[in-house]
Write a protein that binds this ligand. Structure first.
Ligand SMILES: *[C@@H]1O[C@H](CO)[C@@H](O)[C@H](O)[C@H]1NC(C)=O
Ligand SMILES: *[C@@H]1O[C@H](CO)[C@@H](O)[C@H](O)[C@H]1NC(C)=O
Ligand SMILES: *[C@@H]1O[C@H](CO)[C@@H](O)[C@H](O)[C@H]1NC(C)=O
Length: 180
């Protein structure tokens, strides 16, 4: 009986040879359990000036009042507390780009890359619209890796500190992420 089943499986394999996609049982990836909801809170530390900037301006804006057209690449520390000197739990790596003409609004494309505890090596991908002068900005979590495979959810960003002269900004991020 077992031999017959194996034979059938082998034949099925032969028939599908050359296919590049198949339906599979999600138990094989260990994701048969229910999704869980994780709340993460950390502080995004951006600095564009000084001896050790964490973000660089790649393209100058066409308007200095709205930053429209600017493109910056960041590798910003994510800290446990508001203070820049508090424990770093990961980095926000990606791009923010001035995408609004009439107001200050950014397109955010970034990965939160964590480096502590069970989250070490895992990422959360955020793609969203960030109207920097609004009190709370909501942006979608579009995916993740490692612990956050199949992630979906959203983040809420709140500016805690903005020092134009020093080129520093600290933003609180509350992330609500569904994952397995
Ligand atoms: C924006 O400001 C920078 C720095 O002061 C200046 O070099 C640039 O020409 C300005 N751009 C525009 C479009 O006014
Ligand atoms: C962080 O550390 C630097 C250098 O050690 C120090 O100059 C700065 O005052 C500290 N900032 C805060 C907010 O504690
Ligand atoms: C995180 O993972 C890296 C690469 O595997 C390892 O070198 C590092 O020690 C780990 N850090 C922590 C805090 O576990």
């Amino acid at each position: 009986m077992t031999k017959l089943i194996i034979l059938i499986l082998l034949l099925a394999d032969l028939v599908s040879a050359g296919d590049f996609a198949r339906t599979m049982n999600q138990k094989n990836l260990g994701i048969s359990k229910k999704e869980k909801l994780t709340h993460l809170r950390f502080y995004w530390q951006d600095s564009i000036k000084g001896p050790n900037p964490s973000a660089v301006l790649i393209l100058q804006p066409v308007s200095n009042s709205t930053a429209f057209g600017s493109v910056s690449m960041m590798d910003d520390p994510l800290t446990l507390d508001v203070s820049r000197n508090s424990t770093v739990v990961g980095h926000a790596q990606g791009i923010y780009a001035g995408a609004a003409q009439g107001e200050v609004g950014y397109l955010m494309v970034m990965n939160f890359a964590f480096k502590t505890g069970k989250y070490n090596g895992s990422t959360i991908a955020v793609l969203g619209r960030n109207m920097a002068t609004s009190k709370v900005r909501e942006m979608p979590v579009v995916g993740g890796s490692g612990v956050f495979r199949f992630a979906r959810g959203y983040v809420e960003a709140k500016t805690k500190l903005y020092d134009f002269k020093a080129g520093d900004a600290t933003v609180e991020y509350n992330c609500y992420v569904l994952h397995y």
